[in-house]
Design a protein around this ligand. Sequence first.
Ligand code: NOJ
Length: 724
Amino acid sequence: MTIEEKIGQLVQRMGGRSKALNSRLGPDELAKVRRGEVGSYLHVAGAEPLRELQRVAVEESRLGIPLLFAMDVVHGYRTIFPVPIAMAASWDPAAAREHAVIAARESSAAGLHWTFAPMVDISRDPRWGRIVEGAGEDAYLGSRMAEAQVRGFQGESLSAADTIMAGTKHFGAYGAAEGGRDYAGADIGERAMQEVYLPPFRAAAEAGSASYMTAFNAVDGVPTTANAALLRTILREEWGWNGVLLSDWRAVEELLAHGVAASRSEAAALALRASVDMDMVADVYADDLEAAIAADPALEALLDQAVLRILAVKRDLGLFDDPYKYHDTAREAAVMLAPEHRAAAQLIAERSIVLLKNEAGTLPLARDTGRIALIGALADDPMSQLGSWRARGQVEDVVTLRAALEAAHPDVVYAPGADSRSDDPGGIEAAVAAARGADVIVLAIGEDYDWSGEARSRSSLELPGRQMELFEALAATGKPLVVVLMGGRPLAVPDIAGQADAVLATWLLGIEAGPAIVNTLLGGNNPGGKLPASYPRSTGQVPVHYDHLPSGRPADPDLSKDTARYMDQPITPLYAFGHGLSYTTFDYGEATLSSSRIPADGGSVTVTVPVTNTGTRAGDEVVQLYMRDPVASVSRPVMQLRGFSRVTLQPGQTREVVFTLSSDQFALWSRDGSWLIEPGAIDLMIGSASDAIRARASFEIVGSAKGSIAPAAIATRIQIEGGE
Ligand code: NOJ
């Protein structure tokens, strides 16, 4: 290969825009492909057009190296599933995996080899609009969702025609952006990096993620795309990962704006030294890497390594054996929106719904409910249910809440009331009039799709527009009021939590949003989701997360004492991490341990908890296991999730959940920079939410030992006993 041909493999160009795919694939672009100047395209799709593009690469370029075709398939390709934070609320990794299997089936049929997903950034700040794309605030839950999706996209073998390469993103601590402002730097300590932000990436690596994307932002002053300590040392050398590392969009060029490179060739050198293999759309490698190599010939060996890694994934995808295997138009036509894909989309949507409040059994609505006033523009907004990354999702594929409720119930009056954008008060009066003649109000409020996602940070977590006014006017009618809270982030809605009779968090649920919500309102689905991120009481309360450090002066409601609390509101969140109710009730028995002492080196412990459905309906409970290390060489969080299982229980049924943990799951990031299992007590807490602990047990670790990988990245073994 000539040096130009090598560099060409490192170049990813845009074949179109995210909303106008393939639109840039004109004669100039094809000429570049013929000259071997391109390794990959993004924002492209379609079995037929991409077959032609691939043909030019394979048949008309000197070396005939196939191209990689990539796209953001984040929560579905044509069949759009719930947004990722919603899927995380299912606490069901199998559901997240299933979604990825289907997304891979559809996108591979459309000629794609590679998705920029899963997005596994942890976020404790819902002001950050991209919280919608990840699994929320917790490293353990985030790790399970990360590995499940990687396995779903990549299947057993990357070379199968219906699997695609995962592009786990955005490596580093993108979710720790200061003030929740997108692209802002993160100032976090090494322990937070290792224990909170990196574990989902590690779990993805263990699951075999073939590629990663770097974060836009800087950590401790070093932009991630030039951060050799993070990328080359931790990801590659310490983790032993050898896949393709891609920059985010123009991130190599942005090294100039970050102020760490004075020229484009310097930016190219920094990124290559950090082991970034592919430059997304900036053309810095394309135009300036050669000059960088001329200035520093040692870079040529790094270029060779990057080329080899890119060629290796092309080989693993089977492209050298058959470059056209992803271009079968008959398969493309057959798989899109297949009935079983739609069915999975509804099931996963139902599993993602969280019942936040249910006063006096308001939900499910009684069979003989008379007129339902359905209020809220979001109830009739199909676009919003497609979320922030809609790939090839189509508005006409979406069944809205309004359409589904009108189909399911004979007497529905609909009024938009107010939406999340306009300031027009006109609709509120009409909505109140509609509500007055009804037996129950179902009010869909929250944020439309464009309030969350990339560059969609907010300074306020309150309901946008005049929706609070609408809520208050409806509450004043005295009619039973069910709130369906939509959107891509936790919102600060204390008045809704206080005054509504029932509240369902339904996020943005994809094409089957309407049927999933209606089935839940009417009792066909008993909600079992749990919050993957805390709901704050106010914007000023963020960041608020359950696994905070203890304080020397724990919060005390008595304001005459100087403690770690606000003067004007409780320190607890509005709804805690892990919170979610059901139409039935569950009882927990006592926790029993396999032993009261385990060795630090190679030990393991089993904790068993019986859970009973004490109500009259079948339902799902997410049994959550938390740990605390009460005395250690560094202060440890008040609790940390270390296991969970979503269990279905029939009325009266008891099942035992058996968690088996290895000693390295209790390790901490020590002051000398390694995983360390320390001697002493470990407290376990089992319950139905981080603020609803129902059983406890403690044991002792004897001796000390080195840990293996980040504890949150290690999956706890779980068995369920007591029948289906
Ligand atoms: C920028 C976003 O940060 C990233 O998540 C996405 O994959 C790329 N654009 C490509 O669309």
